[in-house]
Write a protein that binds this ligand. Structure first.
Ligand code: BGC
Length: 447
């Protein structure tokens, strides 16, 4: 099978995020983000790595875009750094940040690469976190101002927008577990953060549509296919709770179905933060839903896990293959999740906005040979095609990631790129997976 099997109008691309690639953390008037502060705090990120320099994409974007063009990649997903544009989160505009994104967008278009822009990929301005960040309802106003700014400045050239990147991850890891920025823990932070993020995803959509009615608007979700460990009632119910938490908590309110509280009783405290009109305000008719899938999760009942009473059975305990992130390689996961989402009656089209894997790549004699990644991409793509052929409304696929980059709390060790980055010299080397994707996109390589 080659690329033609997916149809002519299938959207192919690669994904990145501002904090993971840009560097230039203090350049030209940029304000600090919560990730600058978190990674600058000892012990928060593995080996105390930080994104101060990252891939230096801020300065090297012309070369990187040229590489993208050489690789025949038609669509480039990247995010905007809120604090590069609005150093205090609102109010004062940083002209240099605006100029940078204008140059980047213009350069994409000059090279025939279509920009797909995420408004928020986890790097909240630190100034806003000092006022409560996502737990403060004022974030609705801050976010609306930021979204309106981005669309009014770039919307003449950017025609594909994504509002949030994986709200379940940035609220769960950042406000409940404390393992991502801003490092807060507990229900008291998590629950309001969830509600405000869910409202912002719809507010962001409405703001973009009001300013650019013709533009394509999506938002993205982390999703893993969930299966019970054993076919016992207790494990089946535990799996259902984890599915509601990981896959449905943000999607269903956007679809107008409200929060899945029947399956997540402990989240009922969210009602405390609901104001009149919120239920309707949570819904927005997105043009597409961004599906970000890497793995499946196998779940068992756990008496000891508070609230959720469920725990994940890691792949090494199940004797199945897994990546450097300890995520199971399970291509059928993407098939099942595309099918699961397609079953909602009012679901818009689905675009896989992230899929990829971290393997222990090595640069040897100027080459990176990564057959595991090639096979990973081929197998997952076969499952995307299978879902499409069986009626799933999938309309695109973006590899995570274009280049190796800062993998959040894991630092620089897990490499996800199609392009290798030498972090000493910042030199780029296209991996064999990058060459494979190039050939595939030209219809020359098969799955
Ligand atoms: C995120 C990326 C991240 C990737 C791999 C997704 O959760 O959107 O920022 O690097 O997965 O972990």
């Amino acid at each position: 099978m080659n690329k033609n099997a997916f149809g002519e109008d299938f959207n192919w691309g690669v994904s990145t995020a501002a904090y993971q690639i840009e560097g230039a953390h203090e350049a030209e008037g940029k304000g600090a983000s919560i990730w600058d502060v978190f990674s600058g705090t000892k012990g928060k990120v593995k080996l105390n790595h930080n994104g101060n320099l990252a891939c230096d994409f801020f300065n090297r974007y012309p070369d990187d875009l040229q590489l993208m063009q050489i690789m025949h990649i038609p669509n480039f997903r990247f995010s905007l750094s809120w604090s590069r544009l609005l150093p205090d989160g609102y109010g004062r505009l940083n002209k240099a940040g605006l100029d940078y994104y204008n140059r980047l967008i213009d350069h994409c278009l000059e090279l025939g690469i279509t920009p797909w822009v995420t408004l928020y990929h986890w790097d909240l301005p630190h100034a806003l976190e000092m006022q409560g960040g996502w737990t403060n309802r004022l974030v609705l106003e801050w976010f609306q101002e930021y979204a309106a700014l981005c669309v009014s400045q770039f919307g003449d050239r950017v025609k594909h927008w994504m509002v949030l990147n994986e709200p379940m991850v940035f609220t769960g890891a950042g406000y409940f577990l404390g393992v991502h920025a801003p490092g807060r823990r507990g229900f008291g932070s998590f629950v309001p953060a969830v509600h405000h993020a869910a409202l912002c995803q719809a507010i962001g959509g409405r703001t973009i549509r009001s300013l650019q009615p013709e533009t394509t608007i999506g938002t993205t979700f982390s999703c893993s296919y969930i299966e019970p460990f054993r076919p016992h009632e207790k494990d089946v119910r535990a799996a259902r709770r984890v599915d509601a938490l990981l896959n449905r908590l943000f999607l269903e309110p956007a679809l107008g179905l409200g929060y899945p509280l029947d399956d997540l009783k402990f989240m009922r405290r969210i009602e405390k933060y609901m104001q009149p009109g919120d239920e309707e305000m949570l819904a927005f008719d997105f043009d597409f839903i961004g599906v970000q899938n890497y793995t499946r999760e196998v779940v068992k009942y756990s008496f000891w896990t508070p609230f959720l009473q469920a725990s994940l059975v890691p792949p090494r305990k199940r004797n199945v293959p897994y990546t450097l992130m300890n995520w199971e390689v399970y291509p059928e996961s993407i098939y099942h999740i595309l099918q699961q989402f397609s079953r909602y009656p009012n679901i818009p089209k689905l675009i896989v906005t992230e899929n990829g894997a971290a393997f222990p790549d090595q640069l040897l004699n100027g080459q990176v040979h990564d057959p595991q990644r090639v096979s990973f991409l081929q197998q997952y793509l076969q499952q995307v095609l299978r879902a499409k052929e069986e009626g799933a409304k999938v309309a695109g696929y973006f590899v995570w990631s274009f280049v190796d980059n800062f993998e959040w709390a894991e630092g620089y060790d897990p490499r996800f790129g199609l392009v290798h980055v030498d972090y000493e010299t910042l030199q780029r080397t296209i991996k064999s997976s990058g060459y494979w994707y190039r050939d595939f996109l030209q219809g020359k390589a098969t799955l």
